[in-house]
Design a protein around this ligand. Sequence first.
Ligand SMILES: NC(=O)c1ccc[n+]([C@@H]2O[C@H](COP(=O)([O-])OP(=O)(O)OC[C@H]3O[C@@H](n4cnc5c(N)ncnc54)[C@H](OP(=O)(O)O)[C@@H]3O)[C@@H](O)[C@H]2O)c1
Length: 253
Amino acid sequence: MTALTNRRVAVVTGGSRGIGAAICRRLAADGLSVHLVYRDADDAAKRVATEIEAEGGEVFVHRADVAEETEVRTLIGGILRQSGAIHVLVNNAGIIDDRLLALTKLAQWERVLKVNLTGPWLLSRAVLPTMLEQSWGRIINISSNSVRIPGAGQTAYAASKGGLEALTRGLAMEVGRKGIRINTVAPGRVRTDMTDPVSAQLGGNEGPRWGVPEDLSGMVAFLAGDEADYIQGQTFTVDGGRLVMRPRGGKGA
Ligand SMILES: NC(=O)c1ccc[n+]([C@@H]2O[C@H](COP(=O)([O-])OP(=O)(O)OC[C@H]3O[C@@H](n4cnc5c(N)ncnc54)[C@H](OP(=O)(O)O)[C@@H]3O)[C@@H](O)[C@H]2O)c1
C-alpha cells in the first residue's frame, strides 16, 4: 500500500486486448489499482478501462512501446509519481510473427525478441528499485507452451518465450531473498486477436478446448497475491491439458 492509494498497484502490459485485458479486469476486481499499458489500440484500451470503472475498479491507461527503453523509463516514472508504488508487474504484451526460419529477415527475428523478451527485461529493471525498497513485489511473465511444443515457423516466438522463462529463473535467483517473487504463466491456445488469423490452420476439434482469456487470469491473480509467497522462479502451464494430451511423434500441438 502507499500513501497515495490504499490499494496494491499493478502494471499490466498488453492490457488493451485478449489475455492482458482479462488480467486487468481480474486484478481490478480483486481490489488492485491497475495501470493498463498498450501500444496502438486506443479504443480497445479505453473500453477495458470503462468496463473496469463500471464495476467499481481503479484503472489508469498508458500508451508505451515496451520494447523502447526511453518509453519504459517514462512510463514507470509516471506511474510512480501517480501512485507512489508498484507492487505487481505482469509482462503480458507480446507479438507473434510466424515464418519459417529460412524465410525470416533479421529485422523480423529481432522485433519478436525485442517485444517479447527485451520488453519484460526493461520493465523488470525499471520496477525493481521500488520493489526492493518495499521488500515486496510480484513479477509475472506470460510465456507460451510453444516453448515446449513449438509449431513450424515459431523459432523466433518460441526462442523469445523460452528466454523469458530463463529470465524468470535468473531474476528469481538475484532478488528472491528480497521479498520479490518472479514466476511465469505459459498459456496454451487462447482465443484472442493473436490467434484469430491462425486458428483455422491450428484446428480446434482435437485435444482440449481452446482457452478464453479468463482461463489465464485466475492463475495470474493468485501469483500476484500473498498466498504465492512460497512460489518462486516457476513456470505454470495453463493450457487445458494440451501439453500432456498432444499427439506424440513430433507433430507438435
Ligand atoms: N493467445 C494465445 O493463444 C497465446 C498463447 C500463448 C501465449 N500467449 C501470450 O499471451 C500474451 C497475450 O497474448 P494475446 O493473445 O492476448 O495477444 P493480443 O490479443 O494480440 O494482444 C496483445 C497485446 O499486447 C500489446 N502489445 C503488443 N506489442 C506491444 C508493444 N511493443 N508495446 C506495448 N504493448 C504491446 C497489444 O497492444 P495494442 O492493443 O495496443 O496493439 C495488446 O494489448 C502474449 O505475450 C502472447 O505471446 C498467447
